[in-house]
Design a protein around this ligand. Structure first.
Ligand SMILES: O=C(O)C(=O)C[C@]1(C(=O)O)C=C[C@@H](O)C=C1
Length: 360
């Protein structure tokens, strides 16, 4: 005979009680960790990306179901977020306004027990962290359909901040209407320029005569619908909810695997987590074979590159800086050898940071 509903619920109640006790025991331990950090370090660092990545990876590895590993890792993400908030409440600056994908990325990475602070531009996010007004910042760096976010790369040229993490977010764009929108009279559609580009084919096919107007963010596009009757916006779910809009058509991005990668910036160096990436900038005097010489040491050491971009150096015309992302931590012997080789060849190198590969 199957067990009665009442008996099953009693078991759930008992387990919930145990879970709650265990969560509070864990929180009390995190509190003790904070005391140790305060007692042993004059400038204690509470947020430890390498430790968080290890905890989340282990959660996924040991998971036996029936809940899947991703779901379980998201629970633990929130548990650690709440534990960290007991040690220190984090302020995380992001490219705003409220409701952007960058805010969604910040919450995915840090969990919901942080305060997120919207800022108007990428360099403002950098400045907020540099000044200490925010503990960390989150900025977009590349999209799988539209490529690199140049402004973020350029800002690293002059900033001393370090990359201490990365987040990837699957991006879904929805065509949205406001409460005053007269759907049969639409003449324009608002969105961020990158979003319009990511939905270009859909717009060509379904809204050929409608003017596309690029605005500063998807959330700004959503906000504008409040005062307009003949416009639609393209934005994500967070903006849709925040501004109380209705979806006309969901998931209009041209590529179903459309993903954006974001970076976490801060002031700290991150120790190795066991599965890391390193980002660096290399610049050298323009000469035949420069790029080849920059890449050869990585090949010689068998280090996998995950991204390569070149940007104008902004110091002289037609001179370039290479942005390299590779696997491994800067304190791994092999990567140390690469850095030495590049420096000995007269190139200048700026290490932007080693950080755990995205887990969630
Ligand atoms: O291990 C630490 O250093 C902690 O502060 C504990 C803890 C956790 O809850 O597990 C909390 C915050 C850190 O970012 C990493 C881990």
């Amino acid at each position: 005979m199957t067990e009665s509903l009442e008996s099953l619920r009693q078991k759930i109640d008992a387990l919930d009680e145990t879970l709650q006790e265990l969560l509070n025991q864990r929180a009390a331990l995190a509190h003790q960790v904070a005391e140790v950090k305060l007692a042993t370090d004059p400038n204690p660092v509470f947020y430890r990306p390498e430790r968080e990545a290890q905890v989340l990876r282990r959660v996924k590895e040991r998971n036996q179901g029936p809940l899947d590993g991703e779901t379980m890792a998201r629970f633990f993400r929130e548990i650690m977020s709440a534990c960290l908030a007991l040690e220190q409440r984090m302020k995380v600056a992001f490219l705003g306004p409220e409701g952007t994908f960058t805010q969604q990325a910040a919450l995915k990475h840090f969990g919901h027990a942080v305060e997120t602070v919207p800022l108007g531009a990428i360099d403002e996010v950098f400045r907020e962290v540099e000044s200490g007004a925010a503990n960390y910042g989150v900025v977009p760096v590349e999209n799988s359909t539209e490529g690199v976010v140049n402004h973020t790369l350029d800002t690293f040229m002059t900033s001393e901040l370090k990359i201490c993490g990365e987040v990837e977010l699957r991006i879904h764009h929805h065509l949205l209407a406001g409460e005053h929108t007269q759907r049969d009279k639409v003449t324009r559609v608002y969105s961020h320029q990158q979003t319009l580009a990511q939905c270009r084919q859909w717009l060509d096919a379904h809204m050929p005569g409608v003017e596309r107007i690029a605005v500063s963010s998807n959330a700004e596009a959503a906000r504008r619908l409040k005062d307009e009757w003949n416009a639609l916006a393209i934005a994500g779910e967070m903006a849709e909810e925040l501004y109380g809009l209705q979806a006309v058509q969901r998931n209009i991005e041209d590529r179903p695997d459309n993903t954006t990668r974001f970076l976490i910036i801060g002031k700290q160096d991150t120790p190795a987590s066991g599965n890391d990436k390193t980002s660096l900038m290399v610049s050298g005097k323009n000469r035949p074979g420069l790029l080849f010489e920059v890449l050869a040491p990585f090949r010689d050491q068998g280090i996998n590159l995950t991204r390569l971009e070149s940007r104008p150096s902004r110091t002289a015309n037609w001179s370039y800086v290479f942005f390299v992302d590779c696997e491994g931590h800067k304190e791994d012997g092999k990567l140390e050898t690469v850095l030495e080789t590049l420096e000995n060849a007269g190139n200048s190198i700026k290490l932007l940071g080693s950080y755990p590969k995205a887990v969630l």
